[in-house]
Design a protein around this ligand. Structure first.
Ligand code: 5GP
Ligand code: MN
Length: 357
C-alpha cells in the first residue's frame, strides 16, 4: 500500500482510513531508524513517538547505534533504546517480537539498520515505512514514501495532518520535526527546499517551534576537540582535483582518536570540500571501527547515489549519498581516485551546467 504525501498531493484515502483505524486504539509500537541517526532520523522518530504517545500507544524508539550529543535535547531522547549499548539487545529483541506495529523511519532498506533488520523482518507486527530515499525495499504493509519530500520529518508532519490530528502537534513535536527539515535541507539551501518545506516550517513556527533555539542547539554546540579536528582536516587531509571538479578528505582512525572524536564530529565535514569554487563532487573517506565509509555530496545533477551504488555498495539521494568499502583506507582512496576518469565526462558536463547562471 502506497501513500504519496508531497506538497499537498495525496493518494490512497482508502488505505489511509485503514491506517487511521489501526492507530486509533492503543498498540505496542516500536519505532526504529537508520544506523548513526542524524537530526532527521531522530527528529522524525521522536516527533512520531510523542504523537503516538499522546494517542495512548505504548511506544519504544530503538536506534541501531548511538547518535551525536547535539541531538540529546529532543523530547523523548531520554527514553531512546540504543541497540548497541550493553544489555539492550535482548530488551530490543523482545519489544520487536511483541510489537503490534513497527515504524521504519528515514531508511529504505532493512540492511541499513544492521542486525536489527533481521529481527524487524521476522517480526509479526504490521510494518510502516516513512521515508524519502529512492527505491525502497518492499517490506512494509503501509508506505508513506516520497522522494519529493525534503525530509522524513516533513512526511511525518504531512501524515499527521492527513490523519486529521494536527491539533496533537505541540511545541516539542514541532521542534523535533523542524530539526529534521532544517538539517536535511542544509538549512533551506539544498535543491529539495521546495514550497512545502517553507509552508510546513511556517506551520511549525505557528505551533510555537523556536527555530532560532533549534538552530543554535544543533549548529552552535561544538566541542573544542571537534573544531580543532575540523581545522586539522581542512589543513592536512583535504585534496582537490581540479581536473575532475572533485575534492575529498581522507580521515584515519588515528586522526579520529587524536582529537577524541565522538559520534557526529565528522558530520558536515564533507560540505567544506563541496563549498570550494569549482568543485561539484566531494567525498569524505573515513576509517571506522567497522570498516571504511564514504560520505558523498554533489552540486547540481551529478548523481552521487549512483556513484555509491555502482562502486561502494551504497546509495542515498542524488546530492547526498554514502557507501562502504571492504578495502583498507589506502586502497579505498586508490579505488576512489581510479574511478574518476570514468566519470570525468559527467563531472565536467555538470560543472559547466553549474556555472551557467
Ligand atoms: P551521510 O553521508 O550523511 O552518512 O549520508 C548521506 C545520505 O546517504 C543519507 O541520506 C543516507 O541515507 C545515504 N546513505 C549513507 N550511507 C549509505 C549506505 O551505506 N547505503 C545507502 N543505501 N544509503 C546510504
Ligand atoms: Mn532524511
Amino acid at each position: 500500500m502506497l501513500f504519496l504525501l508531497p506538497a499537498g498531493i495525496f493518494y490512497g484515502m482508502r488505505d489511509l482510513k485503514n491506517f487511521k483505524k489501526l492507530i486509533d486504539s492503543p498498540k505496542r509500537v516500536v519505532i526504529t531508524t537508520h544506523y548513526k541517526p542524524d537530526a532527521d532520523a531522530l527528529g522524525s522518530s521522536l516527533g512520531l513517538a510523542e504523537f503516538l504517545r499522546k494517542k495512548k500507544h505504548n511506544v519504544s524508539v530503538i536506534t541501531p547505534s548511538d547518535y551525536p550529543d547535539f541531538l540529546s535535547w529532543m523530547k523523548g531522547n531520554d527514553k531512546v533504546i540504543n541497540y548497541e549499548a550493553n544489555g539492550n539487545q535482548e530488551k530490543s529483541a523482545k519489544l520487536i517480537e511483541k510489537a503490534d506495529i513497527i515504524f521504519c523511519l528515514d531508511f529504505n532498506n532493512l540492511s541499513r539498520i544492521n542486525s536489527l533488520g533481521e529481527k524487524v523482518q521476522a517480526a509479526s507486527a504490521i510494518k510502516v515505512l516513512i521515508d524519502h530515499h529512492l527505491e525502497p525495499d518492499n517490506f512494509a504493509d503501509y508506505e508513506f514514501w516520497s522522494t519529493e519530500a525534503s525530509a522524513t520529518s516533513e512526511l511525518v508532519y504531512d501524515m499527521i495532518v492527513a490523519l486529521g490530528e494536527k491539533d496533537l502537534i505541540d511545541v516539542k513535536i514541532a521542534e523535533n520535526l523542524y530539526a529534521g527539515i532544517m538539517t536535511d535541507t542544509g538549512q533551506f539551501k539544498h535543491p529539495n527546499t521546495n514550497r512545502n518545506v517553507h509552508i510546513i516550517t511556517a506551520e511549525l513556527m505557528e505551533i510555537g517551534a523556536d527555530v532560532s533555539k533549534v538552530g543554535k542547539l544543533i549548529y552552535d554546540n561544538n566541542s573544542i576537540d571537534r573544531l580543532k579536528f575540523t581545522g586539522f582536516a581542512l589543513s592536512k587531509r583535504l585534496t582537490v582535483l581540479p581536473e575532475y571538479n572533485t575534492a575529498y578528505f581522507v580521515i584515519s582512525k588515528r586522526d579520529l582518536a587524536k582529537f577524541n572524536s565522538k559520534t557526529g564530529d565528522t558530520e558536515g565535514l564533507v560540505n567544506y570540500a563541496l563549498s570550494l569554487k569549482g568543485v561539484i563532487f566531494a567525498c569524505l573517506i573515513s576509517e571506522r571501527n567497522d570498516g571504511v565509509r564514504l560520505s558523498l555530496r554533489s552540486k547540481g545533477k551529478f548523481p552521487v547515489n549512483k556513484f555509491a551504488k555502482e562502486n561502494f555498495d551504497g546509495g542515498g539521494h542524488r546530492n547526498a549519498a554514502g557507501g562502504t568499502s571492504d578495502l583498507n583506507l589506502e586502497n579505498t582512496v586508490e579505488k576512489f581516485i581510479g574511478l574518476l576518469p570514468k566519470y570525468k565526462h559527467l563531472l565536467i558536463k555538470n560543472f559547466k551546467k553549474e556555472i551557467k547562471i
